[in-house]
Design a protein around this ligand. Structure first.
Ligand SMILES: [Mg+2]
Length: 284
């Protein structure tokens, strides 16, 4: 993969696919789980967040309460980058008020705010008991992220700004966020993601197991890597399979007691359902 990265710039999604296929083969040839190639399994399960996305306060509260009752999720994230920031903040505060201490509420702004809006809205979110604010400012605004991180008690997470090992080194050095979202597809593979996690760990930056809304296969890959990282302070959001209509693997990813169960077994611990792959394949 080093040679590939010397020859090809960017294309991190494609690089991740190629690397995971090689890792799967290597692990299967030794009859071990892929996490054994990344230092071994530390977690057998990890906390799993859910995104409340109906946009209606009453509906989101009902959904949160139902998942709390089912013991499926107790961390809820709201994407609030679209629409009126002040109305969105009120929506989030009402949800937090309704679920109380039973659940953590986080928000993802997806770079949508300028610094003035962020100053006003994060103060209101912090006051409302929100647990984390993800990427409030555009990726280029490292200095603004550093100012927000210094100003507020609520953790400020870098997601779109935290891709490469160099990005995460800069974020760590300038404290442009006090936590980061990991995603193998952002970093360009599992090896790079593990390095990113190491830099963050050394700097005391909190980690979150992010998702690109992957299928059961992509989720197994993320889960196995995240299981090798000592402290996933903010849990994970690898709920992709819960949104998909069908699985590409013979076994579904299991979710129990507010956590995702890390697949175990050779390779990434799942077997591809070749019939399903054929069924969903597009002819060129
Ligand atoms: Mg995000």
């Amino acid at each position: 993969m080093y040679e590939v990265s010397q020859q090809v710039r960017g294309n991190n999604f494609a690089k991740t696919v190629v690397e995971t296929a090689i890792i799967d083969l290597a692990a299967r040839s030794k009859d071990v789980a892929a996490f054994e190639l990344f230092g071994g399994q530390i977690h057998t399960s990890l906390p799993i967040a859910w995104t409340l996305a109906s946009g209606e306060t009453a509906k989101d509260i009902e959904e949160a309460k139902e998942f709390l009752h089912q013991k499926r999720h107790n961390i809820f994230k709201l994407k609030i980058g679209k629409g009126d920031p002040f109305k969105n903040v009120e929506h989030v505060r009402k949800i937090k008020q309704a679920v109380g201490d039973e659940a953590r509420i986080t928000v993802d702004v997806n770079q949508a705010w300028d610094e003035d809006t962020a100053n006003y809205c994060i103060a209101a979110l912090e006051d409302g008991g929100v647990s984390m604010v993800e990427q409030p400012l555009p990726t280029w605004n490292y200095e603004g992220m550093a100012r927000l991180t210094a100003r507020f008690k609520v953790p400020i997470m870098a997601d779109e700004a935290a891709n490469s090992i160099q990005d995460v080194f800069q974020i760590s050095k300038h404290r442009a966020g006090n936590c980061i979202a990991l995603k193998p597809c952002k970093a360009g593979g599992l090896t790079q993601t593990k390095k990113v996690a190491g830099i963050a760990e050394a700097a005391g930056i909190g980690l979150y197991g992010g998702t690109m809304i992957e299928s059961s296969l992509g989720t197994a890959i993320c889960a196995q890597l995240y299981a090798t990282i000592p402290e996933m302070k903010f849990g994970t959001e690898i709920f992709g399979p819960l949104l998909f209509q069908d699985d590409l693997t013979l076994e579904p990813i299991k979710f129990e007691n507010f956590e995702v169960i890390i697949p175990n077994g050779p390779g990434f611990g799942v077997e591809i359902d070749h019939e399903k792959v054929k069924h969903f394949a597009r002819s060129l």
